[in-house]
Ligand binder design. Structure first.
Ligand code: PEP
Ligand code: MG
Length: 902
């Protein structure tokens, strides 16, 4: 018989940390803590395997599951010295979800289960606190009805609010027992009226229904959405933990709290926790009541406080990572209800990893593997430009200061509901979500926003924890804000801010500022340098190089500051789009004869040369790959809208019979737009096809590159240009452009008399080029995989039109991820592998890199490492992440190969 239930209690547990997949995160860590001798209320966990079997059987419980639950309930009764459903000594339990990975607040929990009209009296008698017992009962009915019977919570909350207002009370805790008793009767009546059957008095029936509902809460909309965002597989399912209740709401010597063993915003090594006296856990997590700093516990219950600190330190040493814990104190006695590795800001992730290494808790390569590559990129996230910020505050634009919950500066339009946040973000607007507090239903809206502001809740509230994990700027508890969701406005200090108004928020300082404040890049702090230094050490030892895609000297300098070891792609067309150059470029394109075209190109040459000089200087000593012109020429001409306006303007001038000069100019432009228009521009007259039909364009560029190289070389700059031909698909194209480029380049070197080494290579971005790479490599001296085009051409998905169907494909699971962001290893990756093998067959030392967007994405970087590329190249802002990802790939590979890295 399959074992579906695992016990923990009385100092011993059947499970442990290593059983995460079976027992879920919560279940396995409760077992682990029990084995460590940490005070945990006893209980048992139903496995994810039970969920899977039930799911496969169309929600039928697997054979033996109920019997095992009943058996373990018996064990629980023994250790808890209470009986389930007993009127004298009733055992009450919580029923909690818990997947393999933490999905905070996404699934259901039911507390105080086991109460009914009889046991509530037993609880009152045992605790000597009738008010408490009835309060537990009404909470339990509310939860049970909303989770199990699907009756909306407000059905229960409204009479509660009405009762408080009738009695003139502020808090629930003030309601007398007699009134709660009556309220429970109202609840019973509501349930009977709404569900057609009375509230179940049989406690086993309650338990069976609750377990079923917690199993089903895996499919709740918010949970499904969370899985989609975080890539959690649908078929994992959840475990269910049933645990003896402990009460934080038993009076002033009780309470509940959550805490982190280090500060999750900064990583600072101090216990960072909050405590709410006389409350149950749900009050804290839901942000219903704003908790107090942990010092409140120290003052009220010093012994429990000291014990908590000791346990926190122990857990951190045991798990070798920062922990996020939940605890309850019942009449002075401390219990741990959960521990897990804590979500943290990017900055904190780096600091915690580096500090733990320094404290000899983990070693260097573990520290490197601890940080997710996007996190180091996030850490160079923007902050407000200081002068503008000071000026805005001096101008009286500071609206409020809330609790800084997740760092980063963000600017956007205010929205008050998460659906609108999603909608506006889809149409390209930047939004800031402003809510009284957030709940798990808001996750998609939070994800779509640049930043989040709440008026209630503490630093461990839902908004704070989720925003930190998402890397969004977040301010919580901005209590000065009065939010009127119905009228879509918030007021603060007599001012009103409406939906659509722009605000700026700094999640590092808690400032909410009216209007836009410019942001500037964040800096790499000491811990970053240290971690990336270690990463470079592991990476360089046989791993991937990291270069940047950069088109200007300023970009090149930034890239170098972020650690780029060269430039893997200069898109020369970006230089053509600069406003002072576009008119010359257009003149060149529209020229009908060679001499006019050459004269325009001659004027472009010094400008291009100056750009290259700037880039070579910035990259002194490092390789620079410059790609010759790639886009079709019509991209430099007026677009469709401007074209229509030009036609209208020309007709207007013709009708008026004025300005013949302008009429001629417009006529020529219109003619050029029509002449160059293409049916399939992505497959049209672009890349090396341009260089072959217009050799004077590539000639000018090759000349400018080598002139620039010779000029700086004379000044002592070490320069190594790599001239790259785009969109090669046949060996003929390669041979022709290669020879043409060499002729010009060697000519310039001879003319200028400066010895400069250079290479001529190609992008591999047409599938055919990958397939005949051995022939291409007869000429090409290096390869760089242009995976943007290679993905486009391998899938046959237009890069420009993919948004029309890809979201639907992703929703339906027809593709696992956007292949333009995450390299499709199965298909595009196969072309890359083939291309590398065949290219190196002809030229064993062929230098190979990647310069599509994938070069900065961690899983794609790992793939590039595995297939033996020499480097990846990506946007300057992604360089730190790419350095880390490349190091991680190398470390994982060596660990898999059995290397001892110490
Ligand atoms: C590519 O296709 O991957 C590439 C880098 O070139 P571009 O994006 O400029 O087409
Ligand atoms: Mg391309």
């Amino acid at each position: 018989m399959t074992k579906y239930v695992y016990f923990f209690g009385a100092g011993r547990a059947e499970g442990s940390s290593v059983m995460r997949n079976l027992l879920g995160g919560k279940g396995c860590e409760l077992a682990e803590m029990t084995n460590l001798g940490i005070p945990v209320p006893p209980g048992f966990t139903i496995t994810t395997q039970a969920w899977v079997h039930r799911q496969r059987a169309g929600r039928q419980w697997p054979e033996g599951l109920w019997d095992q639950i009943v058996e373990h309930l018996g064990r629980l009764e023994q250790v808890a010295d209470a009986r389930f459903g007993d009127r004298e000594r009733p055992l009450l339990v919580s029923v909690r979800s818990g997947a393999r990975v933490s999905m905070p607040g996404m699934m259901e929990t039911i507390l105080n289960l086991g109460l009914n009209d009889a046991t509530v009296e037993g609880l009152a008698a045992r605790t000597g606190n009738e008010r408490f017992a009835w309060d537990c009962y009404r909470r339990f009915i509310t939860m049970f009805a909303s989770v199990v019977l699907d009756i909306r919570r407000d059905v229960f909350e409204e009479p509660l609010a009405a009762l408080k207002s009738r009695l003139g009370l502020r808090t629930d805790a003030e309601i007398p027992a007699g009134e709660l008793r009556k309220l429970v009767q109202t609840y019973h009546d509501e349930i009977t009226a709404r569900s057609g059957t009375p509230f179940p008095q049989d406690v086993r029936e309650q338990l069976r229904l609750a377990v079923d509902s917690v199993f089903d809460s895996w499919f709740a909309k918010k949970a499904t959405e969370y899985r989609r965002i975080h890539g959690v597989p649908e078929d994992w399912g959840t475990a269910v933990t049933i645990m003896t209740m402990v009460f934080g709401n038993l009076g002033d010597t009780s309470g509940t709290g959550v805490g982190f063993t280090r500060d999750p915003r900064t990583g600072e090594a101090r216990f960072y926790a909050e405590f709410l006296p006389n409350a149950q856990g749900e009050d804290v997590v839901a942000g219903i009541r704003t908790p107090m700093p942990i010092e409140a516990l120290r003052e009220r219950m010093p012994a429990a406080y000291t014990e908590l600190l000791e346990i926190a330190a122990r857990l951190e040493r045991h798990y070798k990572d920062m922990q996020d814990i939940e605890f309850t104190v019942q009449e002075g006695k401390l219990y741990l209800l959960q521990t897990r590795s804590g979500k943290r800001s990017a900055r904190a992730a780096v600091k915690v990893a580096v500090d733990l290494e320094k404290e000899h808790v983990i070693d260097q390569h573990t520290a490197i593997l601890r940080v997710r590559p996007p996190e180091v990129n996030e850490a160079i996230r923007p902050v407000f430009e200081e002068r503008e910020r000071t000026a805005a505050i001096a101008d009286g634009r500071l609206l409020a200061r809330g609790l800084p919950a997740a760092p980063g500066a963000a600017v956007g339009q205010v929205v008050f509901d998460p659906d609108r946040a999603v909608e506006w973000a889809k149409s390209g607007q930047q939004v800031i979500l402003v809510r009284p507090e957030t709940s798990p239903e808001d996750v998609a809206g939070m994800y779509a926003s640049q930043g989040i502001v709440t008026s209630r809740g503490g630093r461990t509230s839902h908004a704070a924890v989720v925003a930190v994990g998402m890397g969004k700027a977040c301010i919580v508890g901005a209590a000065d804000l009065t939010i009127d969701e119905a009228h879509r406005v918030f007021t603060v200090g007599g001012r009103s801010v409406r939906e659509g108004d722009v605000i700026s928020v700094d999640g590092g300082t808690g400032e909410v500022i009216l209007g836009a404040v410019s942001t500037v890049e964040g800096q790499l702090g000491d811990e970053f340098r240290e971690l990336l230094g270690w990463a470079d050490f592991y990476r360089r030892n046989g791993g991937l190089g990291v270069r940047a895609n950069a088109d200007t000297p300023a970009d090149a300098e930034r890239a170098r500051a972020f650690g780029a070891e060269g430039i893997g792609l200069v898109r020369t067309e970006h230089m053509f789009f600069a406003p002072d150059r576009l008119p010359i470029v257009r003149e060149m394109i529209m020229a009908l004869d060679q001499p006019t075209r050459r004269s325009a190109l001659e004027r472009l040459r010094p400008v291009q040369r100056a750009d290259f000089i700037g880039i070579f200087r910035a990259m002194d000593g490092l390789p620079v790959t410059i790609r010759l012109l790639d886009p079709p020429l019509h991209e430099f001409l007026p677009n469709w809208k401007e074209y229509k306006e030009m036609i209208e303007e020309k007709s207007r001038l013709e009708a008026l019979g004025t300005n013949p000069e302008e009429q001629r100019r417009l006529g020529a432009m219109i003619e050029a737009v029509e002449r160059l228009r293409e049916a399939n521009p992505m497959l049209g007259h672009r890349g090396c096809r341009l260089g072959i039909t217009h050799p004077e364009i590539y000639g000018m560029q090759a000349r400018a590159i080598i002139e620039a190289a010779c000029t700086v070389a004379e000044q002592g700059v070490r320069v190594e240009p790599e001239i790259m031909i785009p969109l090669t698909g046949t060996v003929g194209e390669m041979k022709e452009t290669f020879e043409q480029t060499r002729r010009v380049a060697d000519g310039v070197i001879a003319e200028m008399g400066v010895h400069v080494k250079y290479l001529v290579g190609t992008m591999i971005e047409v599938p055919r080029a990958a397939l005949i790479a051995q022939k291409i490599a007869e000429h090409a001296e290096f390869f760089s995989f242009g995976t943007n085009d290679l993905t486009q051409l391998a899938f046959g998905y237009s890069r420009d039109d993919v948004a029309k169907f890809l979201p639907k494909y992703l929703d339906m699971g027809l593709v696992p991820a956007d292949p333009f962001s995450i390299l499709d290893q199965e298909g595009v990756g196969e072309l890359i592998s083939l291309g590398i093998d065949r290219g190196r067959r002809r030229r064993p030392d062929l230098k190979i890199g990647i310069c599509g967007e994938h070069g900065g994405e961690a899983s794609s970087v790992e793939f590039c490492y595995k297939v033996g590329m020499n480097y990846v190249s990506c946007s300057p802002y992604l360089i730190p992440g790419a350095r880390l990802a490349a190091a991680q790939a190398r470390i994982r590979d060596r660990i898999a190969g059995g290397d001892d890295l110490r």
